[in-house]
Ligand binder design. Sequence first.
Ligand code: ADP
Ligand code: MG
Length: 257
Amino acid sequence: MTEDLKPHLKNLLRQLQLSTFAENFAQQAALAANEGWSYDTYLLNLCQLEIDSRRQRKIENLLHASKLPREKTLTTFDRTRLKKNAAQQFASLMTGDFLNHKENILVFGNPGTGKTHLLAALGHELVHQGRSVYFVPSVLLVQKLLRAKIDLALEKELKRLDRFEALIIDDIGYVQQSREEMELLFSLLAHRYEHRSVLLTSNLVFSQWEKIFKDPMTTAAAIDRLVHHSTILELNLYSYRMEAAQKKKPASHDPEN
Ligand code: ADP
Ligand code: MG
């Protein structure tokens, strides 16, 4: 191609939103001449470059929007520390299929048992599969909802959160919050019910959730909606009761038993 046509072609490719074509066509043409590629191979290679860079850009954007803790990935997560049951559940969640069915994931365990890391690692995997994820500490989420309500923009904020297939609410119930704040959290859960997935972590077992939602009716309604289509992961390696039961069974070394 004559040199003076290159800026024109570049411009046309940009107008067609083929920015990777625009950046690479000249260099790929030189390669094609050197290697003796057919026209088809030349075009195929450019198409592949365009697709790859779009996918990479999409994932970078999803990752940026997700607010996931950067370092809590699958690479840094030691899956061998999970009980057999939880490890199996985790592996099946990694397919992302639960998002198609609008199912929830509820992760329980004492502080430090890896709840946040587990959901963050899952979130990273989902993002790499091209799915939209949003990670938010429960306290911050409630503040955002309260702010939106004051600004008469609660509906808008709920719609904004609808953009995300997976909403990860970290550490629900960790900080005691007002009844009004918890009603907002309940509105969010009701809004997403059977419509978008909620993934959450908590140190509190369900029997203590009245501390979160303040009254028995709201607590029951919240649990009902969350549990209806859900996977529950229990991360405590040994509950006190399980440990006590274990001591009575001298022959067994399997923590599942
Ligand atoms: P939780 O949310 O249950 O309080 P975290 O996920 O914050 O616990 O885990 C506490 C610390 O231990 C974090 O630094 C986390 O990265 C690390 N951690 C927990 N579980 C694992 C694991 N299975 N593999 C690697 N690091 C882990
Ligand atoms: Mg945590």
